[in-house]
Write a protein that binds this ligand. Structure first.
Ligand code: ADP
Ligand code: MG
Length: 616
């Protein structure tokens, strides 16, 4: 057989390499910002359009390049930053692979303008899909401007793979944050579709954090400082009471490079142990300076993971210095959270679980018999006169809920509501035969056996369909707040709220104002307790950031899902009889009662034959 191996042409090799370096607009942003920093710029301007899909431009006032270097910079493995493999262990720059510009130029339309201080004129190069289109002499200030247009123009599959602008913008902002946080001594500006999103003047570290995440952040920060032979730590952790339900602002920088490390994250968590609720996430902004020889940053192509020589020592130092700071700044004693009512909430559930068994009720319950005494008993249950559950029963007073009654007018595509499977059961439910088990499951009898409903999941399904309906027919009912509710958020978080504003309004939210870092709410959806509003929005923002909605329909879907998840009654919540019935009836009035919005079972059945078998 003839020889079949051949070397790939450069432009093909570059496209393949680009796949590793450039996943999305944010990857380009990162590479260009890092190049500007490596060029010792003191002023860096980022301009994007359509979340970077149409344009990404970075302008810096750094060293610039000579004409030859400008041309060479687009070659693969062309770098001014290392010369030998040993240099890898003495790195003081972000870049070193010499791949970024070559990769970007392989998959986009790139224009470079650059000039060094000593030169009269600069160089302009236009390159499209690795082909140089033009090279000219240009009048331009000292520094470099790189503009990247039409990303993935020659790889439609990759272009189609990009997410919605909301999601891509989120990624761009994340990268921008990471770079800007690592370099408070550089002035950054960021323009999105012509409007200024960030203007971060040269400042100290605390101010940089505040400029990014909002003025309210200032009072939340506790300084951390430690200098040992192995590592120097400088930065801040968030006070425990501001720990978030969702993973929020968590930043490690090692030698001014953003890194991710589950192991070091754990060190911080363990320092917060006992100070925050289980599952809460403290914020941190920590800069670690170590000897470049003691790390290997070469293990990951996009370089957010690094290998430390002595991870265990680092873990111990980090943990103890954070603990020390929390103690020193008098955080720990103040936060005796056993007695802090604002933090008690999650524990009440646990406590009530302890009181669970209500045996009196159990004894009368026989799911296999039509017990009329039971029926009488159930209907004599009083409606709760206080507590936030009340609101759920508005409407129940006047009309008896029958399956589907509430959803007649629901304009969502799909099959007929409620599966016929449960028609028979529904009639049984009217007999109020429900029983709550472990404050977690609702058990009800059906003709063929037993029905075990997960209360949290069932309620998620119910709320989800309700919200979805409100969002689709745009008629969520609002309850007016006596005093407007102010919620402080960071600029990017506000950006997400702005994008979802209209949909949120359809669920019943009424916004009186939305500014850079503050939103003011005058009305909330019916059934949403005021105290839950900020948690819901926080959860929602997090979901948007992580669950990646692509089309507008899925944004609505995500909103409905997220709110349902936040508001559904949790396991551990004792339910009165009529509350249990409400869940059962409402669940089976749903279009898809069997599963939660995220496709998990809401109930299981135990057939009478299965039970019979057990008694053989
Ligand atoms: P790397 O950063 O890994 O060296 P790049 O492809 O990002 O590789 O850049 C190639 C080279 O081009 C850099 O080593 C640097 O010399 C030069 N360069 C890129 N961007 C700039 C810039 N903004 N200012 C000055 N020089 C730059
Ligand atoms: Mg680079």
């Amino acid at each position: 057989m003839a020889d079949i191996i051949q070397l790939l042409p450069d432009h093909v090799a570059n496209q393949i390499a680009a796949g590793e370096v450039v996943q999305r607009p944010a990857s380009v942003v990162k590479e260009l910002l890092e190049n500007a920093i490596d060029a010792e710029a003191t002023l860096v301007k980022l301009i994007i359009k359509d979340a970077g899909k149409t344009l990404i431009q970075v302008i810096d006032n750094g060293d610039g390049m000579s004409t030859t270097d400008a041309r060479l910079s687009f070659e693969r493995h062309a770098t001014s930053k290392i010369k030998t493999a040993e240099d890898l262990f003495q790195l003081h720059t972000k870049g070193f692979r010499g791949e970024a510009l070559a990769s970007i130029a392989a998959i986009a339309h790139v224009n470079l303008k650059t000039k060094q201080e000593r030169d009269e004129v600069g160089t302009e190069i236009t390159i499209e899909g690795s082909t140089i289109v033009s090279q000219e002499i240009v009048v331009t200030p000292k520094g470099t401007s790189v503009s990247v247009k039409n990303l993935f123009f020659n790889i439609p599959a990759r272009r189609n793979f990009l997410k919605s602008n909301t999601v891509e913008l989120r990624h761009v902002i994340d990268e921008f944050h990471r770079v800007a946080l690592a370099h408070p001594k550089i002035h950054f500006t960021f323009y999105n579709n012509g409007s200024e999103m960030f203007n971060l003047p040269v400042s100290n570290y605390r101010q940089r954090i505040v400029n990014i995440f909002g003025a309210k952040t200032n009072e939340k920060l506790v300084p951390v400082e430690e200098a040992t032979e192995v590592v120097k730590i400088v930065g801040f952790v968030g006070k425990p009471e501001f720990a978030k339900k969702t993973r929020g602002e968590q930043y490690f920088f090692v030698n001014e490079r953003f890194i991710k490390s589950a192991y070091l994250n754990h060190a911080i968590l363990s320092a917060f142990e006992g100070l925050i609720r289980p599952g809460a996430h403290p914020s941190y902004f920590l800069n670690l300076t170590v000897d470049p020889q003691s790390i290997d940053i070469n293990i990951h192509p996009t370089k957010t993971e690094i290998k430390f020589n002595d991870e265990h020592t680092l873990y111990a130092i980090l943990r103890s210095s954070v603990k020390h700071s929390l103690g020193q700044f008098n955080i720990a004693p103040v936060l005796d959270f056993e007695h802090d009512s604002s933090l008690d909430t999650p524990y009440t559930d646990i406590k009530s679980v302890v009181n669970t068994p209500k045996i009196e009720v159990d004894r009368n319950f026989n799911p296999f018999q039509e017990s009329h005494s039971m029926k009488g008993q159930a209907s004599s249950f009083k409606r709760p006169s206080s507590g936030h559950w009340d609101s759920l029963y508005i409407g129940l007073e006047s009309k008896k809920i029958t399956p589907q009654a509430d959803f007649k007018d629901m304009h969502i595509e799909g099959e007929e509501a409620a599966s016929s499977l449960f028609e028979a059961e529904a009639s049984v439910e009217q007999d109020h035969k429900t029983y709550q088990f472990h404050n977690k499951y609702i058990i009800s009898a059906i003709k063929s056996g037993l029905l075990v409903i997960d209360q949290f999941r069932a309620h998620q399904r119910i709320l989800y369909e309700e919200f979805l309906k409100n969002l689709t027919v745009k008629e969520g009912v609002s309850q007016q707040l006596l005093f407007p509710l102010q919620i402080h958020l960071s600029t990017p978080e506000v950006e997400i709220i702005k994008q979802l504003k209209e949909d949120l309004e359809h669920t019943g939210f009424v916004f009186s104002s939305i500014s850079d870092e503050l939103i003011e709410i005058m009305g909330v959806p019916l059934n949403v307790p005021e105290s839950e509003v900020s948690i819901i929005l926080e959860q929602l923002i997090n979901d948007v950031q992580h669950e990646v909605p692509e089309a507008s329909f899925s944004a609505i879907d995500l909103l409905a899902k997220s709110m349902a998840k936040s508001l559904a009654i949790k396991a551990g919540q004792p339910l009165k009889k009529d509350e249990q019935e409400y869940i059962v009836n409402k669940l089976f009035a749903c279009k898809e009662p069997n599963v939660t919005p995220s496709n998990r079972l809401t109930f299981v059945t135990v057939g009478i034959d299965e039970l019979d078998k057990k008694f053989i």
